[in-house]
Design a protein around this ligand. Structure first.
Ligand SMILES: Cc1cc2nc3c(=O)[nH]c(=O)nc-3n(C[C@H](O)[C@H](O)[C@H](O)COP(=O)(O)OP(=O)(O)OC[C@H]3O[C@@H](n4cnc5c(N)ncnc54)[C@H](O)[C@@H]3O)c2cc1C
Length: 510
């Protein structure tokens, strides 16, 4: 098991490497810190909270270990690469286990589909619920393979710094029907409404509305099948600790409780950052892993040039909000899978209420995480650990979360009790709940969005804030708010892109 090294080692006075400051210790920030460390920079990661990992940080309460955010780990090679860069083996630090089935999707009428990596098992599931759609599903998965090859393997690792990059991919986008929505493309292949849902819900995992997210995101079902869905024993926090350890291995530092209030510039060059305490930290490079709207709207010195003006930021579509309830129960609910999605009675109508009409409705869907299904150590003996997540409107809506948080939590508890967790209310031994207000206050996420900028076509690729600041030299962006976008593969890819656009360390030797 991993032991976390001292993250905040003092800098050796003899260390003459150029200095890179990374604002934020989310997966994007940690991955960027490792890549820069491996390329000869002295790296300091500055995290405003008292814990590392950002949305992927860990909540420990009453003997339970809850991953606060991501639970579905895909494309593990992107993590392995980071260990390799630090001269280590991931398998020595993290025990990553594949899950098959990946997850169960339960419909409101009580029927369900298990989503398998194994093609024959998945074909049987499709044939069971939609016998007339098997051929259409097979054709869809062939197209999803091609979309993943182009959209993830080729374009996900390239910066979209100029409009020419966008024009270059136009023929592929047209050929792969990228102008359609995810749900629109799926619907041209299969007819059964439940199967359409199973093949189209994935954008919700990265803050997108399946009825508006471009069809290029049909890459996710293939990405899951190609590299699997995984769970690290001990929780996703093991990956966070592992990456922070690699930063230190490469001679870097991770400081918590370091709230950056300003990115300082001179002559349109980033020169360092200032903390809330007034401390100034000079740097040759600044990498922001903070929310993009916050980076440009709040952190960047007011006098600095920027393409993302306040007016432009005001027009941005932010992803939906999330309400997440972490709870522990007495006893084991062995019938419940590691990952279950419990859909409500409505699909399109509910999604439009959340994303477009910004209404907190009486009906809702739930993603239920039960890590103790794979890993008893995340709960005390005789107990199970869970989290239940529902998409909700972001803070664009005038919802009083001081009242609605508990009301929605209670509604989730009742829904789970009457469906797959009978007797739940008598078994709860620990509980903690967060709403969009916590996303705003903790992660400084604009509008309390769960995933940053919404992945619509007009906010993707070249249209998304670039990995290299358009106006300030030596300022770079990583994480969900820049290209390619949210989700672990996306934010790790954003850090990988830096390898191609950050000048070599020798360019900074004074
Ligand atoms: C509940 C939930 C479930 C999810 N499930 C999945 C999943 O199963 N699979 C998946 O692939 N993805 C999932 N995601 C998405 C994924 O977790 C995120 O896209 C990803 O973790 C975001 O990483 P990031 O690098 O953008 O940084 P973030 O995690 O957003 O971290 C940014 C960090 O910067 C810090 N910061 C901000 N401003 C400052 C400042 N001024 N000074 C210092 N520090 C600052 C913040 O405190 C934070 O720690 C989920 C997200 C959520 C919220």
């Amino acid at each position: 098991m991993l032991t976390r090294p001292d993250l905040n080692r003092p800098v050796e006075p003899s260390d003459r490497r150029p200095h890179a400051v990374v604002i934020g210790s989310g997966f994007g920030g940690l991955a960027a810190a490792i890549r820069l460390g491996a390329r000869g920079f002295r790296v300091t990661v500055l995290e405003r909270l008292d814990r590392i990992g950002g949305r992927a940080s860990v909540l420990k309460q009453d003997g339970f270990t809850f991953d606060r955010g991501p639970t579905i780990v895909t494309a593990p090679f992107l993590f392995e690469e980071l260990w390799t860069l630090a001269g280590k083996r991931m398998a020595d630090d993290v025990d990553l286990r594949p899950l098959d089935p990946f997850y169960r999707i339960r419909f409101d009428d009580g029927s369900h589909v298990d989503c398998f990596r194994d093609t024959d098992a998945m074909r049987r599931e499709v044939a069971r619920i939609a016998p007339d759609d098997v051929a259409g599903w097979e054709r869809f998965m062939v197209l999803a393979r091609e979309i993943c090859r182009i959209g993830f393997e080729e374009l996900g690792h390239k910066p979209f710094s100029s409009f020419t990059d966008m024009l270059r991919i136009a023929p592929d986008l047209i050929r792969l029907q990228g102008w359609r929505s995810v749900h629109g493309l799926v619907s041209t292949f299969v007819r059964e409404p439940r199967l359409r849902t199973v093949l189209s819900f994935h954008p919700l995992l990265i803050g997108g509305n399946p009825f508006r997210t471009p069809a290029i995101y049909c890459l996710i079902p293939d990405l899951e099948r190609r590299w699997g869905v995984h769970y690290p024993i001990g929780g996703v926090g093991q990956l966070v600790d592992g990456l922070a350890g690699l930063v230190v291995t490469l001679g870097g530092t991770v400081r918590v409780g370091a709230d950056v209030t300003c990115i300082e510039t001179q002559d349109a060059h980033a020169t360092g950052v200032r903390l809330a305490t007034g401390e100034r930290i000079p740097a040759d490079l600044v990498i922001s892993n903070a929310d993009t709207a916050t980076t440009y709207g709040t952190l960047l010195a007011k006098a600095a040039p920027r393409r993302w003006s306040d007016r432009r930021l005001a027009r941005v579509r932010h992803s939906m909000g999330l309400l997440v309830w972490y709870f522990g129960v007495q006893g084991h609910l062995d019938d419940v899978n590691h990952h279950t999605i419990l859909l409500g009675p409505r699909y399109k109508g509910l999604i439009e209420d959340i994303f477009e009409r910004k209404k907190l409705t009486e009906d809702f869907s739930i993603y239920l995480h039960r890590p103790s299904a794979s890993d008893p150590n995340v709960a005390p003996g005789g107990c199970d650990a869970f989290y239940a997540l529902t998409p909700v409107p972001n803070l664009d809506a005038a919802i009083d979360w001081s009242i609605e948080t508990e009301r929605r939590r209670k509604a989730i508890e009742m829904r789970l009790e009457e469906t797959i967790l009978p007797g739940l209310s008598h078994r709860i031994v620990t509980s903690h709940v967060i709403s969009p207000v916590d996303f705003r206050d903790d992660y400084l996420s604009a509008r309390g969005a769960g995933f940053g900028f919404e992945p619509v076509l007009t906010q993707s690729a070249w249209f998304r804030p670039h990995n290299r600041s358009e106006a300030v030299d030596n300022l770079f962006l990583v994480g969900a708010g820049t290209h390619p976008g949210a989700g672990l593969p996306g934010v790790l890819s954003s850090a990988r892109i830096l390898d191609g656009i950050v000048p070599h360390a020798s360019a900074f030797v004074h």
